[in-house]
Design a binder for this molecule. Structure first.
Ligand code: NAD
Ligand code: UGA
Length: 457
């Protein structure tokens, strides 16, 4: 079959896989290929057991794979045969050298640029899908410039999907942002990308900007979202000291239409692969440009998030008579949020490690994330086990800590759980999803976030 466009995505991760599946699903007239250097990941994308759990993803993969969606490790011919290339490789925080712990590690990004240069035989549109520091497109252009007769137009098209709702977000995004150079060929490339999205997204939601605004908007969006969570979490600490209730405060504040009610759920802290890394990258950029006050302001968002996780663990220690040694604690949830198996930067992993340092015995339960959690905690000193059934996991424990807001944990039979636990039994609700009064009535000592504790002492 002759396809109208041949589209490639380099990087078959949490973004590359679902994003390309959606394009293939909405645009049967295009041939979409996803390539990765990791053969195991590609084999999983080609199997019945996809490498990531995402509600609704299996269905669209089944509908498109082998028809107009292909997963491969053949980078050379993929680059050669496609004219539109999305790059969605990982851009983690640098762990070495200058900027370690703050700056974005651009090595995967740069390698990709060099591969595009090496294997291209014709002109290409190269699209930044990864989240990148502002001005990265310039580096991409410099690598691709003038080496052979082909031309390369670099666009920025950041991805705003959230894990757990990726398919919904891709199908009906708030906006699609495309940044380009304002040259004739830049604008032509931008139109080619607009045309792809316009297959299912209303034109008024496809916005364009200069390339640097686009790169920066992505990081700033994440910084603003994370800032709201740190703001409400900071106030949760004050609520715990003053008998105010964070849910009541969030409700009252969020009903102001200028503020809005989203991202005001107080929690054990935000996790995920991006918020922290993107804010640290923003902080690094600001310092690079000598904007130390701006850098300090945003760094505070990450510091409060760290504080919230540490505070939660310390509250557990204090509530359990200042010793956790040999106490058995069950963690309800280990993914960084509900509806994903992703544990990257999950507060639950941080808390598990802290509890193990206190010599507690940990039992971790989660409906989707146990495989990742096992890998994260492999080689860590201490007694840790993984049990999928929450009832079996909690049996014989001194305490439960609810760390992920899976619906499953709202609706458990807490009387049945309480009956199998060691007394006094404690319930630390790091997501405020459990019925606290009911659990207190059952006999638990209940410690929510940002609300007075309900104890029997
Ligand atoms: P990921 O680690 O899940 O996937 C990246 C993939 O790129 C990996 O499979 C890796 O093997 C592959 N890769 C690296 N170098 C390669 C190369 N030279 N050739 C081919 N493949 C290569 O990462 P992710 O979560 O999909 O994130 C990708 C980018 O998207 C990041 O910049 C991230 O900040 C951004 N982002 C992520 C999310 C999210 O929800 N995870 C949302 C929006 C934006
Ligand atoms: C976030 C953004 O929402 C996406 O727009 C963005 O594309 C993505 O980062 C990215 O660049 O990677 P994600 O991290 O998948 O998406 O998930 P979120 O729903 O934003 O949650 C992030 C963390 O904040 C989770 O740990 C969640 O539990 C926590 N959170 C969220 C709260 O603690 N309280 C809230 O009110 C909302």
């Amino acid at each position: 079959m002759n396809f109208k466009k041949n589209i490639l995505c380099i990087g078959a991760g949490y973004v590359g896989g679902p994003t390309m599946a959606m394009i293939a699903f909405k645009c049967p007239q295009y041939r979409v290929t996803v390539v990765d250097i990791n053969p195991k990941r590609i084999a999983e994308w080609n199997s019945d057991e996809l490498p990531i759990f995402e509600p609704g993803l299996d269905e669209i993969i089944l509908a498109t794979r082998g028809k107009n969606l292909f997963f491969t490790t053949d980078i050379q011919s993929s680059i050669r045969d496609n004219d539109i290339i999305f790059v969605s490789v990982n851009t983690p925080t640098k762990t070495f050298g200058a900027g370690a712990g703050m700056a974005a590690d651009l090595q995967y990004w740069e390698k990709t640029a060099r591969q595009i240069l090496q294997f291209s035989g014709s002109s290409k549109i190269v699209i930044e899908k990864s989240t990148l520091p502002v001005k990265t497109a310039q580096a991409m252009e410099n690598i691709l410039r003038n080496v052979h007769s082909s031309t390369f137009d670099v666009l920025s098209n950041p991805e705003f999907l959230a894990e757990g709702t990726a398919i919904k977000d891709l199908e009906n995004p708030d906006r699609i942002l495309i940044g380009s150079r304002e040259t004739e060929s830049g604008l032509k490339a931008r139109e080619a990308l607009v045309e792809i999205y316009a297959n299912w997204i209303p034109r008024e939601k496809i916005i364009t900007s200069n390339i640097w605004s686009s790169e920066l908007s992505k990081i700033v969006s994440n910084a603003f979202l994370a800032q709201r969570i740190s703001s409400i979490n900071a106030i949760s600490a004050l609520c715990e000291k003053t008998d105010a209730d964070i849910a009541e405060v969030a409700r009252a504040v969020g009903m102001d239409s200028r503020i809005g009610n989203k991202y005001l759920n107080s929690s054990v802290g935000f996790g995920g692969s991006c918020f922290k890394k993107d804010i640290l990258n923003l902080v690094y950029l600001c310092r690079h440009y000598g904007l130390n006050e701006v850098a300090d302001y945003w760094e505070g968002v990450v510091k409060i998030n760290q504080y919230q996780q540490e505070r939660f663990t310390l509250n557990m220690l204090t509530a359990m008579f200042n010793t956790l040694a040999d106490k058995k604690i069950c963690l309800f949830g280990v993914s960084f949020k509900a509806n994903t198996g992703d544990t990257r930067e999950s507060p639950a992993i941080f808390i598990a490690k802290k509890l193990l340092e206190e010599k507690a015995e940990i039992v971790i339960t989660d409906p989707q994330a146990l495989r990742n959690a096992k890998a994260d905690l492999a080689g860590i000193d201490g007694n840790v086990s993984f049990i999928e059934d929450p009832y079996r996991a909690a049996a014989g424990c001194h305490a439960i800590a609810v760390l992920t807001e899976w619906d499953l944990y709202r609706d458990l039979d807490y009387q049945k759980i309480y009956d199998t636990m060691i007394k006094p039994a404690s319930l630390f609700d790091g997501r405020n999803i459990v019925d606290h009064r009911k659990c207190h009535k059952i006999g638990f000592n209940v410690y929510p976030i940002g609300k007075p504790a309900l104890t029997h002492f």
